[in-house]
Design a protein around this ligand. Structure first.
Ligand SMILES: Nc1ncnc2c1ncn2[C@@H]1O[C@H](COP(=O)(O)OP(=O)(O)O)[C@@H](O)[C@H]1O
Ligand code: SF4
Ligand SMILES: [Mg+2]
Length: 339
């Protein structure tokens, strides 16, 4: 893939200023998303995934939140210094966002048709009839049957999966160059979840829209992503292409996440979960943030904060001392990669 990023973030820090002090929810992350690429951002709840996406969109609630440092470039334009007026344009035309629960994003008082035509109208000038045709076409594009009928339905008359398809239709109405989907399938059952993910992949193929797919579930990432970024406690701890993440994970946290993915081919679902919890951002002053939960932790891990080490495989990096050459051969360390 040619290096042609739509989004390029460097040194992003976003904090919440509370009575208990500053909470560094996103603590210095660098990432990029290429044109046409689907990148998964993975980590348990509280790792800073949503705050990352809100920072990109300029929607961090302020106060108590604030982007305190870093650069967010969208096709070369620095969004951190863009005016609110410019951000409104970008949010409407260039970067679209969908969330976990479409019921909260759709207005219960208006029909699907009203809301969809309204969304299209914001970006394209056309007469009423053309608008309606375009709306029906969008509903068909996201695989909804009986699109004409749906136009006069209200959100509560649709299932969760159908509402999420409508949200995707609305997001795609403006032909965005980047779609940020924050846990878009978490509220849906497994079958519908797979359908929605494949719909997103399809749209990505057809339109070339880049997608940032945020999820706590590595199984979701496996379905559609090209590349994966694993976040833990406000930092990136591993990054690799999709094959490498599953075949050759390096961070003990990534390994734990992989073990936690339920295997639907097995009759008995494996219900492994990594022991312990994600620490509150800022609560760990020294050492690796994962140390308290890590079965490989050694003395150095409790004193020093590991950097992101670049590995030999292209595009693979990991924030773990086990991969610091100074610590000797990784092969000697008996790291268990599968359960
Ligand atoms: N409105 C807020 N006020 C204070 N702290 C917040 C707020 N929103 C998020 N945070 C902090 O940021 C951390 C990361 O949140 P978030 O990005 O929503 O996590 P994720 O999406 O990965 O589950 C939370 O654990 C919390 O400590
Ligand atoms: S640096 Fe140490 S504690 Fe952190 S993930 Fe690696 S081995 Fe575990
Ligand atoms: Mg979230």
């Amino acid at each position: 893939m040619k290096h042609e990023p739509v989004l390029e973030i460097t040194g992003l820090r976003t904090s919440f200023i509370t009575d208990a002090g500053e909470i560094p929810a996103v603590d210095g992350i660098d990432l990029y998303i290429e044109k046409g690429e689907i990148v998964g951002i993975v980590g348990e709840s509280g790792c800073g995934k949503s705050v990352t996406s809100l920072s990109i969109m300029g929607l961090v609630p302020k106060p108590p939140g604030k982007v305190v440092d870093g650069e967010i470039l969208f096709k070369g334009e620095n969004l951190r210094t863009a005016s609110e007026k410019r951000m409104c344009q970008i949010r409407g035309n260039d970067i679209a966002m969908i969330f976990q629960e479409p019921m909260t994003s759709l207005n219960p008082l208006f029909t699907i048709g009203d809301q969809l035509t309204e969304a299209i109208k914001l970006h394209q000038k056309m007469n009423k009839r053309a608008l309606k045709e375009r709306a029906v076409e969008m509903l068909k594009l996201v695989g909804l049957p009986r699109a004409e009928e749906l136009m006069v339905n209200y959100p509560h008359q649709l299932s969760g999966g159908m509402r999420q398809r409508v949200m995707i239709a609305m997001a795609m109405a403006c032909n965005p160059q980047l779609l940020i989907a924050d846990e878009p399938t978490t509220a849906l059952d497994v079958t519908i979840q797979a359908q929605i993910l494949h719909l997103m992949k399809d749209l990505n193929n057809k339109t070339g829209t880049s997608i940032m797919l945020i999820t706590h579930d590595l199984g979701v990432v496996a379905e559609v992503c090209d590349r994966v970024i694993v976040m833990y406690s406000g930092k990136i701890v591993e990054e690799a292409d999709i094959k490498t993440i599953f075949k050759n994970p390096k961070h003990p946290y990534t390994m734990g996440l992989i073990k936690s993915v339920p295997d639907i081919r097995e009759k008995k679902q494996r219900l492994y979960s990594i022991p312990g919890n994600v620490p509150r951002p800022g609560s760990i002053k020294h050492g690796c943030r994962f140390a308290a939960r890590c079965e490989h932790a050694f003395d150095r891990c409790r004193i020093e904060d590991p950097e992101l080490y670049t590995l030999k495989e292209k595009g693979h990096s990991v924030r773990c001392f086990l991969h610091d050459e100074k610590e000797g051969s990784v092969d000697d360390r008996n790291i268990v990669t599968s359960s």
